[in-house]
Design a protein around this ligand. Sequence first.
Ligand SMILES: Cc1cc2nc3c(=O)[nH]c(=O)nc-3n(C[C@H](O)[C@H](O)[C@H](O)COP(=O)(O)O)c2cc1C
Ligand code: SF4
Length: 449
Amino acid sequence: MPVTDPVLTKRIPTWPWGDPKDRHIVTYDEFTKTGGYQALEKALDMTPAEVVDVVKDSQLRGRGGAGFPCGLKWTFLPEVDGGRRYLAVNCDEAEPGTFKDRLLIDFDPHIILEGIAITCYACHLDTAYFFIRGEYRHQARVVENAITEAYDKGIFGKQGLMCGKSKYAVECYLHRSAGAYICGEETGLLEAIEGKRAWPRIKPPFPAVKGLFGRPTIVNNVETLAAVGPILTNGVQWWTKMGCESSIGAPPSYGPKLMGVSGHVTTPGVFECDLGIPLSKLVNDFAGGMRGGKKFKGAIAGGVSMGILGPDQFDAEMDFDIGRKYDVLGLGTACPTIFDEDTDMVAVARNIARFFKNESCGQCTPCREGTQWIYMLLCRIEKGYATSKDLDLLLEISGSMGIMPGTTICGLADGNNWAVRTIVNKYRDEFEARIRPSSVPVGMTVGAS
Ligand SMILES: Cc1cc2nc3c(=O)[nH]c(=O)nc-3n(C[C@H](O)[C@H](O)[C@H](O)COP(=O)(O)O)c2cc1C
Ligand code: SF4
């Protein structure tokens, strides 16, 4: 599996392509000197529908977690009716272990702004909100400065895109999140931009039809938007040579992907790799191998909500088929957290459950109550107080909440469910070793560490 020449990170010197000491924020001038904003220029020579077709043909899939085809999403917008239409740029990035969007913002914000401008032109969107995670204070300043530069240079603003080359005018605003995981869910994000509590909305209607302030809205992840410019510049054939076809007859996983590796590896970091790279290669060739030469025990697939890859799944290909092939929810953000042989998987499950019960917005009873119960049961199991009935109850609760069983509004509950269920299923012996036989009174721990 060849590693591509960097596409998204080509201006960011980062190991193994350059010395991290050379990193700096790429300014507008530096960006344009290295081919920046040429894709926008090219787009403006095309009709909006032609730009949408290029993105559709590239089969670019969303990089925010769900892998939904980007061009297809754009076609869900209704006809232009003269009213406002919005782009919501999702840079909430609150998924534990995920820090890939941050790399682009830290060092090359204009690659995202160019994608925003092209997307707005292609989809007839007049206003973009760059929604950034509340904790990203420094990054918010970087984006703010880059937006100001883009206005000064005539990219955005009343005169029309690219100093009036197009009459189409786009305004771009930065919006800082108040700070909650649920703000990253697309409809929670829309509520937050509207100044409300980030409670996800029932879908349909989908944002493309009724989004921000009741108007058509496209929600795209930062990395997805950053890919739009390079696709337009270099063409569909160039894009589809990177990444991989599906091995199970599903849609392909084309293009490079930012993969953030954390956990028990020697050199954690964000690496740009072809989709389809085996996890073992990502860890060994890019992240310096397992820390201290320890054995691989498992990995969160791509954000904790995706579930866990077991000890025998180290060679899993990091592409959009991963969910169907390895019993996880999906590729998610493609940012795996690696666990070595010494990791206590019961503690991992309990820690993840704690996150989800804290972050549930509380609208749906199965999620609000279920996440709390799952956490309490895992605490009991970890302490050695639980019986086998508790383990069964844990699996029953986690199987009964989420969009998939159809009991919740959003996917946060599914995330908790998949994380817990896959950890219990793949490391069941560790859970059973903590179980107290019903003949042993509470307080006496059996097999508990
Ligand atoms: C609980 C939850 C949290 C999410 N957090 C994020 C996030 O932080 N960033 C993101 O891009 N997408 C996040 N998503 C996915 C978004 O809802 C949406 O699918 C995505 O922003 C669409 O962009 P894309 O098609 O470019 O991937 C989250 C989804 C859920 C259910
Ligand atoms: S599933 Fe959970 S986080 Fe999502 S809307 Fe319902 S209560 Fe809120």
